[in-house]
Write a protein that binds this ligand. Structure first.
Ligand code: ZN
Length: 298
């Protein structure tokens, strides 16, 4: 049995999966907003699930940040009470077993690669288009972490092929860069682009679902930029499938129009890339966390 946990900003969720990926149990509790409380919450969720199901499981955890490979300490977590703490090590002590952790985008990619839209694909690039533009890479069923744990994090690469107009209109990014992919392709990025052109403050969902010409134009710009950004990924990684998640993955036109836009900017592709809508939606965090222990390893 595999247990996966997703440590969200407001809720902490646990799921139990059998070997086929069938859900045996799912529970949600409020996230504790301090370090000791977080460890306690996770220990209680695991103990509760195991006593209810009468079996012991492997434990994987989706965290809103990363564990530094250099120091073993959590960093970049927006649940800031985890930062600087030996979170993975303390969890292993509390749970008396090895624990695997990965960030939300990596868990999304793993969930979709294992038994979601990217099932059967050797290399999957998963992208979450929401408040940010998280990305993760899965190769033959395993998350590719990279030497510094940032593999797949494309959001703060500059948007390829920016025009003079784009350079002039985009603000500096909080990361110190300017014209980062996240500044264009995230929900807030689409919203900011629309505001610059029209003066109106609309959220991404409203823009994506509106029938007004200004909204259509903004979505077309967003899609063309997405084509540029993904083409650079294709040239390096050449994934068998790109799976999209997050709010903007619900835009139907993406699956119709984006492949040829990527093809236009890519280096000599023979066929358009496979760009797929996610299957597991909001469950990708817990499911991917559970699959951090692949077949034959739990
Ligand atoms: Zn940036």
């Amino acid at each position: 049995m595999r247990l996966g946990l997703d440590l969200g900003g407001t809720k902490t969720e646990i799921i139990a999966l059998d070997d086929m990926g069938h859900e045996l149990l799912r529970r949600r509790v409020p996230t504790s907003r301090n370090y000791e409380g977080t460890l306690k919450t996770i220990a209680e969720l695991v103990a509760g699930a195991e006593s209810e199901l009468g079996a012991k499981g492997s434990v994987g955890l989706a965290i809103p940040g990363t564990i530094s490979r250099l120091t073993g300490l959590a960093k970049n977590a927006n649940s800031s009470w985890l930062n600087g703490k030996p979170f993975a090590r303390d969890l292993e002590t509390v749970l008396s077993r090895p624990v695997r952790t990965a960030n939300d985008a990596n868990c999304f990619a793993l969930s979709e690669a294992t038994d979601g839209a990217g099932k059967g694909s050797d290399v999957v690039f998963g992208v979450i288009l929401g408040t940010g533009t998280g990305g993760g890479v899965v190769v033959r069923g395993q998350v590719l972490e990279g030497a510094h744990g940032i593999a797949g994090e494309w959001g703060h690469n500059p948007l390829p092929g920016m025009t003079m107009e784009e350079w002039a209109e985009v603000e500096p990014c909080y990361c110190g860069g300017r014209g980062c992919i996240e500044q264009w392709l995230s929900g807030p990025g689409l919203s900011a682009d629309f505001k610059r052109k029209t003066g109106f403050t609309w959220n991404a969902e409203k823009i994506a679902t509106s029938s007004e010409a200004d909204a259509h134009a903004a979505l077309a710009r967003w899609m063309e930029r997405m084509g540029r950004a993904l083409a650079s990924i294709m040239n390096i990684l050449d994934p068998d499938a790109v799976v999209l998640g997050g709010g903007l993955s619900n835009v139907d036109a993406v699956y119709r129009d984006l492949p040829r836009l990527v093809e236009r900017h890519g280096f000599c592709p023979e066929t358009p890339p496979r760009i797929l809508r996610n299957v597991h939606g909001d469950s990708s965090g817990v499911r991917g966390a559970a699959w951090l222990w692949p077949a034959g390893m739990n």
